[in-house]
Design a protein around this ligand. Structure first.
Ligand code: 8YV
Length: 315
């Protein structure tokens, strides 16, 4: 397939790039800069492999583009609307990361409720020895009611784990599913019924800033918010305020509004546990995701059958 020219804009997982380069002719450019490439090279690009996405301007700068292979299950950074208009295939990397992300979500939940990162900092600072035991945590995981916002593949893997911790589970999503957990048809309704909100929802116009002041108030002063989905789903300034004034108890965040920029006001909060978007970030899981990125391109360019097209391709 060496005659096929692929563009990898921005940083790409190293092993994935190496495998791509062994099979295709690969061009590199900075993230969001496809349109700045020299026309002769741009016009030959038939495939894109990306971790950082591609905008309408980028897609429109590539007239021969047939296929965009997104590294990640979430593909909010790819302009799928533009791809659909132009008949361009888009694929993503579902399933291979479900268990890893679910493990991270549960770890983040426990860290947030039981303050494990802060208690380790306490030990390392010599305070255990000098000042005595770390203060008892206000919150416990036991007896919590978990509301899952986005009960898809990853949400179900999280629910399975939470069940084994004895947590009561409810969910909100567009449609009621044939599943034993309690369904709520509004997010505020779910937040009223639970004290712990696990956000697994994708970043879409529909979910944007949907976790707002009203949801936080409904969750209440013992409320905990965990976000493993996308930063855009939370109204971040309202979350900071809710954490500052005690509207909710604590938050554990793996994703943010404008990554990698995390506002100072959030960094200053003792009741927020903050991770640098590491949900799927193990060597094994990223290798599996990368393999799927390449397999999707190979599937398309050999017989127009990518392994995991995004749902919009079936509409
Ligand atoms: C990756 C993710 O960090 O799969 C996703 O949607 O958010 C993560 O697994 C990201 O896709 C890498 O660009």
């Amino acid at each position: 397939m060496k005659e096929i020219e692929i563009l990898a804009p921005g940083k790409l997982h190293a092993a994935t790039l190496a495998r791509l380069q062994s099979m295709f002719t690969v061009h590199l450019c900075d993230a969001g800069k496809a349109h700045e490439m020299e026309a002769g090279a741009r016009e030959k690009i038939r495939g894109v492999a990306t971790m950082s996405g591609i905008s309408r301007a980028g897609i429109e700068a590539l007239p021969a583009l047939e296929m965009i292979s997104n590294f990640g299950v979430g593909y909010d950074a790819v302009d799928v609307g533009c791809a659909v208009e132009r008949g361009i295939m888009v694929s993503h990397t579902p399933n291979v990361l479900n268990e890893e992300v679910a493990d991270t979500a549960i770890g983040l939940l426990i860290n947030t409720v039981r303050e494990l990162p802060a208690s380790e900092v306490y030990l390392r600072a010599g305070k255990w020895k000098n000042n005595g035991p770390y203060p008892l945590t206000r919150a416990t995981l036991q007896g919590r009611r978990l509301g899952i916002y986005g009960l898809g593949r990853i949400g179900k893997s999280i629910a399975k784990r939470a069940e084994s911790f004895g947590l009561n589970i409810a969910y909100f999503g567009r449609t009621k599913q044939d599943i034993a957990y309690e369904y709520h048809d509004t997010l505020v309704g779910l937040a009223k019924a639970v004290d712990t909100l696990m956000i697994v929802a994708p970043g879409t116009p529909e979910t944007e800033k949907s976790v707002d002041e009203a949801v936080m108030q409904a969750l209440g002063p013992n409320g905990v918010i965990i976000n493993i989905g996308r930063g855009s789903v939370i109204n971040q300034p309202q979350l900071i305020k809710a954490l500052e004034d005690g509207t909710i108890l604590a938050a554990g965040l793996d994703v943010f509004d404008d990554e990698p920029n995390v506002p100072d006001a959030l960094l200053a909060l003792p009741n927020a546990v903050l991770l640098p978007h590491v949900g799927s970030a193990s060597i094994a899981t990223r290798n599996a995701m990368g393999a799927l990125v390449v397999d999707n391109l190979v599937g398309w360019f050999s017989d127009k059958m990518p392994v995991t097209p995004v749902p919009e391709m079936n509409n």
